[in-house]
Design a protein around this ligand. Structure first.
Ligand SMILES: [Zn+2]
Length: 453
C-alpha cells in the first residue's frame, strides 16, 4: 500500500514538472507535502529522511533523533559569532485529512489556479521550507555570521509536542546551546478589505486540563437512588457551565485589541478600543462570544467540557464517572487560585479534581532586535501593512521555549485570504504559489539580516 502510494506520488511529481518551470523551493515543498506524516501516528522519520537528503546534497551537517520508533526529529547548526543563536522551528507532522471531502488527494501536491493544494501547505510545511531555504542560503552566503543559526524540524506538535520539541528539550539540550531567539508558527498576514495586517504572536493562553471524577454507590437502573456518580458529575459540570469566569483584560490583550481595532469592522473597532468598558456590558459579552469566539477567549479564563466517561451499559448506574475539561487560563493567571475557583464550583466531596496538564506562564518581549527585524521585513515587502503583537487562544510548541527564557515569536511571512484560513486543519488546505515564493524571499532576507554583519 505504502509502496504504491509512493510510486504514484513520484509519477505525478515528474509529470507536473514537465508542465511548468518551478523554483527549487516550490519543488521541495511539493515533495515535502507528499511525504505522509499524518499524526496519528506521525511517521515523522519519513520527513526527517526527506530533509536529510536535501542537507546531504547541500553539504550541510545535521543530527537526527527518534523519540520513539518512527517519531523523528532533525536539526542542523551553522556556526557564527557569539551573539545569542536563532532557532528556526517547524513541525513535520500534519493533521489527518479525509480524501472524500477534498477536491484532490490531500497527500498529493497539486497546483491549481495559482495555489498549491495539500495537507501541510499552511500548517506548517510551507513555513518549514521557507526556513530551510533561508538556512541553505545562509550556508552558501559569504557574509560573516555574528550568531549561530539552528534549523530544526520536530515531531508531534499536533498532539502536544511531547515526542517532538518537548522531548528534544529534555533529551537533547545540546541542540539548544546558546539559543536566545526562536521563530515558529503562530502568526501570519491577513487581509481586511484593502489593508494587510500581520500578527506576531508573543504569548499564549495556558492549557490547564482537568479531570473531574465522581464516585458513589453503584446500582440497577430500574431503582434510582437519591444520589449517584453520574448525577453528581452533571450537577458539578452544570455549576461550572453556569458560572463563567469574570472577564479580565491583561496588558498584552489590551494592546493587541488596540492594534487590531483599525482592521476590524466598525461594529467591533470601537468596542476593542474601549475593551475595559465594553466588558461591563453583558450584551456585548454575549455577542462577542457568539461572533468573535477567538477574541472572546482572550478576555477570560475558559473551560470547555470535552470528554465524558460513564457506564458501558444502559441499566447499570456506575460507581465512578469522569469528565475532562479543556480549561485555558490567561497568561498571568495564578493557577492555584484558578483551581480553587473550579473546586468551589464543583462543591462536592464525592468529586475529585485532578490535574492533567498545566503549562507555565511566559510572554516574549517586543523590545529586541529580532522583533524589530520582523516588523521591518514585513513593512518592506508589504508596504503599509499593520503589525500586531498577539496573544493566542490556542498553543504551539513555542511555550516550551518561552519557559526556557528564549524570546519566541509566532511569525510566518505569508498573507492568507480568509477563505483559505479555514483550510488549516480543514479541507483543501492551500497556499498561493506567489505568496509562498515571496515568503521564501522574506525569510531569507530576514535571517541573513539578523544573523550576519
Ligand atoms: Zn501547526
Amino acid at each position: 500500500m505504502r509502496l504504491m502510494a509512493t510510486c504514484l506520488c513520484v509519477f505525478f511529481f515528474v509529470a507536473a514538472n514537465h508542465s511548468f518551470a518551478e523554483s527549487d523551493a516550490l519543488g521541495r515543498l511539493r515533495g515535502y507535502i507528499e511525504v505522509d506524516t499524518v499524526n496519528p501516528p506521525g511517521n515523522e522519520s519519513r520527513g526527517v529522511d526527506y530533509l536529510a537528503a536535501i542537507f546531504d546534497a547541500a553539504g550541510v551537517a545535521y543530527e537526527t533523533a527518534e523519540s520513539a520508533p518512527g517519531r523523528g526529529n532533525i536539526w542542523a547548526r551553522l556556526k557564527g559569532g557569539d551573539k545569542p543563536a536563532l532557532l528556526l522551528l517547524h513541525h513535520i507532522d500534519v493533521v489527518p485529512a479525509t480524501r472524500e471531502t477534498w477536491d484532490s488527494d490531500p497527500l498529493q501536491a497539486v497546483v491549481k489556479n495559482g495555489s498549491l493544494y495539500g495537507r501541510g501547505t499552511l500548517d506548517t510545511k510551507s513555513l518549514g521550507i521557507m526556513q530551510l531555504e533561508a538556512f541553505l542560503a545562509l550556508h552558501k552566503s559569504q557574509a560573516i555570521r555574528d550568531r549561530d543559526v539552528v534549523f530544526m524540524a520536530t515531531a508531534d506538535e499536533e498532539a502536544g509536542g511531547l515526542f517532538g520539541a518537548g522531548w528534544m528539550i529534555k533529551n537533547r539540550p545540546d541542540a539548544f546551546a546558546d539559543v536566545g531567539f526562536l521563530l515558529n508558527e503562530g502568526g501570519l498576514g491577513r487581509r481586511a478589505g484593502e489593508q494587510v495586517f500581520f500578527s506576531i504572536e508573543v504569548a499564549q493562553k495556558r492549557p490547564y486540563w482537568l479531570r473531574l471524577v465522581a464516585t458513589d454507590e453503584p446500582g440497577h437502573g430500574s431503582m434510582p437512588q437519591s444520589t449517584s456518580a453520574p448525577v453528581r458529575l452533571i450537577i458539578a459540570l452544570n455549576n461550572i457551565q453556569q458560572a463563567p469566569f469574570e472577564p479580565r483584560i491583561t496588558p498584552a490583550v489590551r494592546e493587541m485589541f488596540r492594534q487590531l481595532a483599525p482592521f476590524t469592522e466598525p461594529k467591533w473597532s470601537e468596542q476593542l478600543l474601549n475593551i475595559d468598558d465594553s466588558i461591563g456590558d453583558p450584551d456585548f459579552l454575549k455577542s462577542f462570544q457568539r461572533e468573535q469566539p477567538a477574541l472572546h477567549a482572550l478576555i477570560r479564563n475558559t473551560c470547555s467540557i470535552t470528554m465524558l466517561i460513564g457506564s458501558q451499559k444502559i441499566n447499570v448506574v456506575p460507581p465512578v464517572v469522569s469528565a475532562e475539561l479543556d480549561c485555558r487560563i490567561l497568561p498571568d493567571q495564578d493557577a492555584d487560585e484558578f483551581l480553587q475557583a473550579i473546586k468551589s464550583r464543583v462543591n462536592d466531596n464525592n468529586i475529585s479534581v485532578e490535574e492533567i496538564m498545566l503549562f507555565g506562564a511566559a510572554e516574549s518581549s517586543t523590545d529586541n532586535a529580532l522583533y524589530l527585524a520582523l516588523e521591518d521585513i514585513t513593512r518592506k515587502y508589504y508596504p503599509g501593512a499593520g503589525v500586531i503583537t498577539t496573544v493566542a487562544a490556542g498553543f504551539t510548541d513555542s511555550h516550551f521555549f518561552r519557559d526556557l527564557g528564549i524570546a519566541s515569536y509566532g511569525y510566518a511571512p505569508m498573507v492568507i485570504p480568509d477563505d483559505a484560513m479555514t483550510s488549516i486543519h480543514g479541507n483543501n488546505e492551500r497556499i498561493g504559489v506567489e505568496t509562498f515564493e515571496k515568503g521564501v524571499q522574506m525569510m531569507t532576507e530576514l535571517v541573513e539580516r539578523f544573523a550576519t554583519r
